[in-house]
Ligand binder design. Structure first.
Ligand code: 9WN
Length: 457
């Protein structure tokens, strides 16, 4: 394990110390006393994969709070193992976010009151986050290490239940990958990767006469999804909700069932983190099983989502059996998997550095027909997917590229602020200005240059 440099360590220039302080300040400002919100203005509840990224940064400045965030999320886990993509804060008024608790109308479960969460999921980033918080605990003393072991013990069966839900109930295509049933589940909501599959989903614009889009009150309309896409999003929620959030016969009953390369790369990475956690907990046979699962998911991603003509991973529409032609940044994320074969890893690293992307990578192919420099996930740069991509470069021994990306991300945030996303040409900050995961991952980018233990040389 590598030592965690303090922000004032001699090898950290003043620019980094300033960035460190501002990043820690954002995490403090977004802490509600119970959990961290992604943004005070736009996202006033707890979001699932945001909490994982936030924990990775809190590992340096407040590990107790990192564990509190993860606990708060997993306390809302459903009995079937799913971890909801939003946990609603009962102290926040219904109209502060749409669609809010009433629209989702989730029944009571596990002693929690009704309407406490959504019924969708997010990429399962939490095992990796838990591992990272544990890994850095020793920098905070013996009590922090002791707490980290207790928290890993509490989380482990819950993390496994999440994997089992995604690997079993969500394997709608039957090929060993998890399907998403809504673009929101990918975390890359408005990506062109969903356009083809969404085109077959009815868009009932009357829904927007009934409901008010709160996102347009607090952000620029030219950045957010169009009304047509939003109407489809709401229709998909209604369909899933009205079926009792059941995953039975999804491909027949639900109009959007898609295998996303980024989501499944995170799913496999979670198995690798669980193997490490199981090792710490003294469960070697479970650790072996997790590594096997990671290999199985990697093989399924390669079999089902790789297009030999484009040398790239593309999302698969399970209902039509077609892969989307769109090249999204999520197609680069299987680079995080150590079992990915050398030829594919080389092709991804090349695509990441090519004019289609370039590092830091935009959210979608710069030369693609749907590229949009402002709209959500259709072009702008997001720090979290670039953090994952950097991890992929490290996993495949591309240390120089990873270091260049690290420095570029740090410069981007230092020059422009802890924004939610960034303009892909001039780097200007876009969206919410004090955004949780940008700040949290900045701390990690400043402090840690180590490669994952399972990285290839
Ligand atoms: C819907 C909170 C979330 C992120 C997603 C991002 C955006 C929500 C929205 O904000 O999604 O969940 O209203 O657009 O796309 O990745 O988790 O930060």
């Amino acid at each position: 394990m590598h030592p965690v440099p303090s922000p004032t360590a001699p090898d950290v220039p003043e620019m980094c110390a300033e960035l460190w302080r501002s990043a820690a300040g954002v995490l403090d400002a977004n802490w509600t006393g119970r959990h961290t919100v992604p943004s005070r203005t736009l996202y006033p509840h707890q979001w699932s994969w945001d909490s994982a990224f936030t924990a990775i940064g809190l590992a340096y400045v407040n590990p107790a709070r990192a564990w509190r965030d993860l606990r708060s999320l997993f306390e809302a886990q459903w009995p079937d193992g799913r971890v909801p993509h939003i946990v609603f804060d009962p102290e926040i008024p219904e109209d502060a976010y749409f669609p809010g608790p009433r629209f989702w109308n989730v029944p009571a479960y596990n002693g929690r009151p009704a309407r406490g969460s959504t019924g969708l999921v997010h990429p399962p980033m939490h095992a990796l986050a838990a591992w990272e918080v544990y890994r850095h605990a020793s920098a905070h003393g013996a009590d922090a290490v002791q707490q980290a072991r207790v928290e890993l013990g509490w989380l482990y069966p819950r993390l496994v239940a999440q994997q089992e839900y995604l690997g079993d109930r969500r394997d709608a295509g039957g090929g060993g990958l998890a399907s998403i049933v809504h673009p929101w589940e990918s975390g890359l909501d408005n990506s062109p990767a969903w356009d083809d599959a969404l085109a077959t989903v009815p868009a009932d614009l009357r829904l927007l006469d009934t409901y008010h889009r709160r996102d347009l009150d607090v952000s620029d309309v030219t950045h957010r999804p169009t009304d047509t896409d939003y109407a489809r999003y709401l229709g998909l929620v209604e369909n899933y909700r009205d079926g009792g959030y059941s995953d039975t016969a999804l491909a027949e009953r639900h109009p959007f069932v898609v295998e996303c390369p980024g989501f499944n790369a995170v799913l496999a990475t979670a198995e690798l983190a669980l193997a490490q956690i199981a090792g710490v907990l003294g469960r070697p046979s479970e650790a072996r099983r997790h590594r096997e699962h990671a290999r199985g998911i990697t093989a399924a991603i390669s079999d089902r989502l790789w297009d030999p003509e484009t040398d790239f991973f593309h999302a698969l529409d399970v209902r039509s059996g077609r892969r989307t032609p769109a090249r999204s940044v999520s197609g680069l994320l299987p680079l995080m998997l150590p079992d990915l074969d050398r030829a594919r890893a080389d092709a991804l690293a090349e695509a990441a550095g090519s004019p289609r992307f370039g590092l830091p990578a935009p959210s979608y192919d710069r030369t693609g027909p749907a590229f949009d420099d402002r709209r959500y996930w259709r072009g702008p740069i997001w720090v979290n997917v670039n953090w994952l991509l950097r991890r992929g470069l490290l996993v495949h021994g591309r240390r120089d590229d990873a270091e260049r990306l690290r420095q570029a991300l740090v410069r981007l945030v230092h020059r422009n602020g802890h924004y939610e996303y960034f303009h892909p040409e001039d780097g200007g900050g876009l969206g919410s200005p004090a955004f949780g995961w940008t700040a949290a991952l900045c701390l990690d980018l400043l402090a840690d240059r180590s490669a994952p233990a399972y990285a290839r040389s």
